[in-house]
Design a protein around this ligand. Structure first.
Ligand code: UD1
Ligand code: CA
Length: 454
């Protein structure tokens, strides 16, 4: 049965008090309407149309990346009028699913259940029961329990206002019938709008069967009209994700203090302390430990790695049994091999750091290729930028760099070289030798590193 989907997103969202149009406000890092589009796409519709109006130019950028049809509703004359603008898009389908761009959390399974609750010729409404139904359209039923109409809050009498079953706004309608009949809607009501909900009484008159699915989770059908509602849905969504993590074997210090804005993939026996934020695509292997207040974006973290408090990791690949932080900043292009160590107040960027190498304190390592078992002293800086171009620093295996050293790139430190503290290195530091530049650079051949006295 071919299904067309129309997402209504032309409304202004006055109560958000924002220059950003309502459906572009973010939930879990993604615009509200993107949640709706992504869920809609999973139903594999023959056509997916978004009706835009207010702030259309803001929504258009997103629609281009999503490859979705856009239809403009120049004046917002009501939900029925909005659907009317998309008639040409769904006229050839069998049925149309109408979604709202400001109702982000409806589950795929719920939509599927709604589609399946009646045949293609029936009108199907997703409803929910609310203890506090103010503001919603009420589902009016006759003595036999059949739906007869939907009455909007502003048009309802005292008796109707006591009804707790409300319209979610989400409906499935026979496409041809909707296309032919939507023009019959009038705006003879309290708001002077063309209500899509009036298609229900029209269906009753014209003998179209009506089916309903009552959704037990109110959050799935909750719309965002205010910033308070947005915050409430955000917390609800985050708690759902936190629960899923725990089900999958992750220990959370506090399930109400974690934010996942993207896709987090986890192994087991992972421990996450409070106020950790994950963005984009993050993968955590088994036995990873993450301290408080870390922000981790687009990263892969290997097994047994420990990230201490207040560290930021962006677009980086981290091996197994690595130690990071506290207060470390790993910028894009950082690749840490197994057992590497990045300590406090260290910044890395575009840097490959080899197995077991340590940058323990107060350093900047950028545009660098570093071998294994290197020890970088405190306050070491790779001077990668000459004011116009970036240059690379190459450091071999088992190198020891003394504290307060500047490596002026492009520059190479060969295997087993030692750099004395306070060096400003501008030329290659040869292998197996001590290089110092306290006054003038000189190389001490045959120098041996001190060995630990037992
Ligand atoms: C609507 C329903 C109400 C339901 C409620 C659920 C109607 C008449 N009423 O009321 O029964 O309980 O949703 O949240 O349908 N929109 C447009 N163009 C317009 C008007 C609205 O695109 O001209 C879009 C809005 O951007 C929004 C959606 O349609 O995404 C709903 O509009 P809104 O004005 O919020 O409807 P409600 O009054 O909440
Ligand atoms: Ca609304």
């Amino acid at each position: 049965m071919s299904l067309s989907i129309v997402i209504l997103a032309a409304g202004k969202g006055t109560r958000m008090k924002s220059a950003i149009t309502k459906v572009m406000h973010k939930l879990a890092g993604r615009p509200l309407v993107e949640h709706v589009i992504d869920t809609a796409k999973r139903l594999e519709p023959s056509n997916l149309t978004v009706v835009t109006g207010n702030g259309a130019e803001q929504v258009q950028l997103l629609l281009e990346t999503k490859n979705v049809t856009e239809v403009m509703q120049h004046e917002q004359l009501g939900t029925g009028h909005a659907v009317m603008q998309a008639t040409a898009q769904f006229a050839n389908a069998e049925q149309v699913l109408v979604l709202y761009g400001d109702v982000p959390l409806t589950q795929l399974s719920t939509l599927q259940q709604l589609i399946d609750c009646g045949d293609a010729n029936s009108l199907r409404i997703l409803t929910t029961e609310l203890a506090e139904p103010t503001g919603y359209g009420r589902i009016v039923r006759n003595d036999a329990g059949d739906v007869t109409c939907i009455i909007e809050q502003k048009d309802a009498d005292a008796q109707t206002l006591t009804i707790q079953e409300v319209n979610s706004g989400i409906m499935v309608l026979p496409a041809k019938w909707l296309a032919d009949s939507v023009a019959k809607l009038t705006n003879n009501n309290a708001q002077g709008e063309y209500y899509l909900t009036d298609m229900v009484s029209l269906a009753v008159t014209e003998g179209i069967a009506i089916n309903t699915v009552c959704c037990s989770d109110n959050a799935e059908v909750a719309g965002v009209n205010t910033r308070q509602q947005l915050a409430a849905l955000e917390r609800h969504y985050q708690l759902l994700q936190a629960n899923e993590l725990m089900v999958n074997g992750v220990t959370l210090a506090d399930p109400s203090r974690i934010d996942i804005r993207g896709q987090l993939t986890t192994g087991t026996d992972i421990t996450i302390d409070v106020n950790v934020i994950f963005e984009g695509e993050v993968t955590l292997a088994n036995n990873v430990e993450i301290g408080a207040n870390c922000i981790i974006k687009d990263a892969t973290i290997g097994e047994g790695t420990i990230i201490l408090a207040n560290s930021m990791i962006d677009s980086s690949t981290i091996g197994a049994n690595v130690n990071i932080g506290p207060f470390a900043r790993l910028r894009p292009g950082t690749v840490l091999a197994d057992k590497a160590k990045i300590g406090n107040f260290v910044e890395t960027k575009n840097a490959n750091i080899g197995k077991g190498s340590k940058v323990n304190h107060l350093s900047y390592i950028g545009d660098t290729d570093m071998g294994s078992d290197v020890n970088i002293g405190a306050g070491t800086i790779t001077c990668n930028y000459d004011g116009a171009n970036k240059h690379r620093t190459t450091i071999g295996d088992r190198v020891f760099v003394g504290s307060d050293t500047q490596l002026v790139a492009p520059v190479t430190v060969e295997d087993d070289a030692t750099i004395g503290a306070g060096t400003t290195l501008r030329k290659t530091a040869p292998a197996d030798a001590l290089t110092l530049t306290k006054s003038e650079q000189r190389t001490v051949k045959g120098w041996r590193r001190p060995v630990k006295k037992i």
